[in-house]
Design a protein around this ligand. Structure first.
Ligand code: C2E
Ligand code: CA
Ligand code: CA
Ligand code: CA
Length: 278
């Protein structure tokens, strides 16, 4: 099992040649881990670039193991393949909403939480009722909840995807397009998507090393999102310069190691309180 001490971002490139024995072993371990509630959610703050206010956070799953922290890039694809994403996704949703209620009470204002959905979850009938159930069980306001989907999830069967999106929006929750710019162009459809937020993929942000043509590209993407009336979030912000260039380009919200690593709930609450007292 490969690890990344920082709980950082990695693509699961070994996915295709992983041995079937190892897959079966992993699947069994994962099944047990779900039953024993071994997974934990970390939270990465999102900061309003104009006001500096922390408006919310993204829930990112972690799997602590004897060998260290297993990152989602390693087990989410397997969870998708095996269908274990359904019980896991349900747990993620309830836990994230409940934690957000706890954090909101601790800081005295309603935080927004972004929850990642996987393809299989998004395509599964009954997603709407599941979300509804989680909202009711936790007492959170629907507008505090943002569901992140990717372009590839809506690329095929666009009509069906739009129906699902509309159903979710009718519950009052927000929708975000994650990793924007990496999928092959659902750009043309973007204006038909009932989404509130555009999350610019971190690859664009990481190209921002100085004020050059990359700034023009990202400005164009930000302009596109704003033109469609969406909130624009940049992820993977690692430096003060990137933050500055994004703010100048009109980006609304930033997320990345520059602001904070993903944190366990108690540390997140600590950070939020420090930010309030600063
Ligand atoms: P994502 O949704 O695009 O999440 C952003 C990833 O970038 C996270 O990796 C985060 O830790 C990392 N990151 C944050 N700031 C920075 C930065 O400044 N620089 C760099 N280089 N990376 C940064 P993580 O947590 O390993 O998650 C990887 C992917 O796994 C996520 O990508 C998402 O697609 C998936 N994932 C994570 N949690 C969940 C979950 O609860 N459910 C589902 N379905 N997928 C999840
Ligand atoms: Ca995400
Ligand atoms: Ca992303
Ligand atoms: Ca991603």
């Amino acid at each position: 099992v490969k690890r990344d001490g920082k709980g950082g971002y990695r693509f699961f490139s070994e996915d295709l040649n992983i041995s079937s024995a190892r897959r079966v072993r992993m699947e069994t371990r994962m099944r047990n881990a779900i039953a024993n509630q071994e997974f934990v959610l970390y939270y990465q703050p999102k900061q309003d670039l104009t006001t500096g206010w922390i408006t919310g956070m993204e829930a990112l799953i972690r799997w602590p193991s004897d060998e260290g922290m297993i990152t989602p890039g390693e087990f989410i694809p397997l969870a998708e393949d095996t269908g274990l994403i359904n019980p896991l996704g349900r747990w993620i949703l309830f836990q994230a909403l409940q934690d957000t209620q706890i954090a909101s009470k601790a800081v005295g204002y309603p935080l927004q939480v972004a929850v990642n959905l996987s393809m299989r979850q998004f395509q599964r009938p009954g997603l709407g009722s599941l979300i509804q159930e989680a909202i009711q069980a936790t007492g959170i306001q629907p507008e505090q909840v943002e569901l992140e989907i990717t372009e590839s999830m809506v690329a095929e069967e666009v009509e069906k995807a739009i129906n699902t999106m509309q159903e979710l929006r009718s519950l009052g929750v927000r929708l975000a397009i994650d990793d924007f710019g990496t999928g092959y162009s659902s750009m043309a459809y973007l204006r038909n998507f009932p989404v509130n937020t555009l999350k610019i993929d971190q690859s664009f942000v990481q190209d921002l090393v100085k004020d050059d043509s990359n700034t023009a590209i990202i400005s164009a993407v930000i302009g596109l999102g704003k033109g469609l009336g969406m909130q624009v979030v940049a992820e993977g912000v690692e430096t003060a310069l990137q933050r500055k260039l994004l703010e100048e380009a009109g980006c609304h919200v930033g997320q990345g190691y520059h602001f904070s690593y993903p944190l366990p709930l108690p540390q997140l609450i600590g950070l939020l309180k420090d930010a309030q007292n600063a």
